[in-house]
Design a protein. Structure first.
Length: 266
């Protein structure tokens, strides 16, 4: 399998500690052997340090706004046909020990929608317990696919609350298979300075992005994707969610009706 073309949007943060987290992730992605190029769809006003702007792996393309999924897919379709493409948030980097050379499942119509592991500068890796309760079904930060890929109704910003489940639903509409295989293909989230957790993420986003557009694309369709290796049983999930008996029975009926067909011969 060919190497990964990574699409990001570099940005400037007024807080040096947060900027350092962004830069650390970008350095690690630049050093990752599976990444052959990083395509920076950067806003015109953003200052990109020479360390990144002149790097041999970086291709810079100026854009007029906060990058949307539509922008990223359109760029991949125009410039990266038949390539493996990843769209990622800036505070994410690929685990160096995962088998990124084994992405043959993308050719069969799978799109990897990967939830994150939290990472600290000391190398500690862990998951947020709040997200883990439902198998990290609403914390995707990387989307890996084979281009070209036309996705409908996705002109909303990457990194906004709800965008991960909204884009999973749009991907599902295309007929490709959105798959969260986060335990097999790990991505690391470096966001310690803000103290962001599942419990306070709305407040953190509200404080950081007051001047940015706030749309709610998940209200027009959402699809939750738990880690396939973490949630192995529907019953396990129903128990974790404290689903009442009547609703649990309805789910059982839905499952059996999907996989069993009754044929009454003469």
């Amino acid at each position: 399998m060919a190497g990964i073309h990574l699409i990001i949007q570099y940005c400037n943060d007024p807080r040096p500690q947060r900027q350092a987290e962004f830069d650390e992730c970008l350095r690690r992605n630049l050093a990752h052997p599976a990444i052959v190029a990083i395509h920076n769809l950067v806003e015109h006003h953003t200052i990109v340090p020479d360390e990144f702007r002149t790097h041999a792996k970086v291709q810079e393309h100026r854009v007029n706004r906060w990058m949307t999924y539509q922008d990223a897919f359109a760029y991949a379709n125009e410039h990266l046909k038949d390539q493996v493409v990843a769209i990622m948030n800036l505070d994410i980097f690929l685990d160096p020990s995962s088998n990124w050379g084994d992405l043959g499942l993308l050719a069969s119509g799978v799109v990897l929608c990967l939830s994150r592991f939290e990472w600290d500068i000391d190398g500690r890796v862990f998951r947020d317990p709040g997200f883990e309760r439902i198998g990290c079904a609403n914390s995707q930060d990387a989307w890996i696919f084979q281009a070209p890929f036309d996705v409908p109704d996705c002109d909303f910003e990457i990194g906004t609350l709800g965008c991960d489940n909204a884009i999973a639903e749009r991907i599902k509409r295309t007929g490709r298979i959105p798959l969260n295989a986060a335990s097999r293909y790990r991505i690391f989230h470096f966001d310690r300075f803000r103290g962001k957790t599942s419990a306070n993420q709305q407040d953190v986003h509200r404080g950081d992005r007051a001047a940015r557009p706030r749309r709610r694309p998940e209200e027009e369709g959402q699809y939750l994707l738990p880690d396939m290796d973490q949630v192995r049983s529907v019953d396990q999930l129903l128990t974790a969610l404290n689903v009442p008996d009547l609703q649990r029975y309805a789910v059982i009926c839905d499952v059996i009706s999907r996989f069993v067909r009754i044929h009454n011969g003469e």
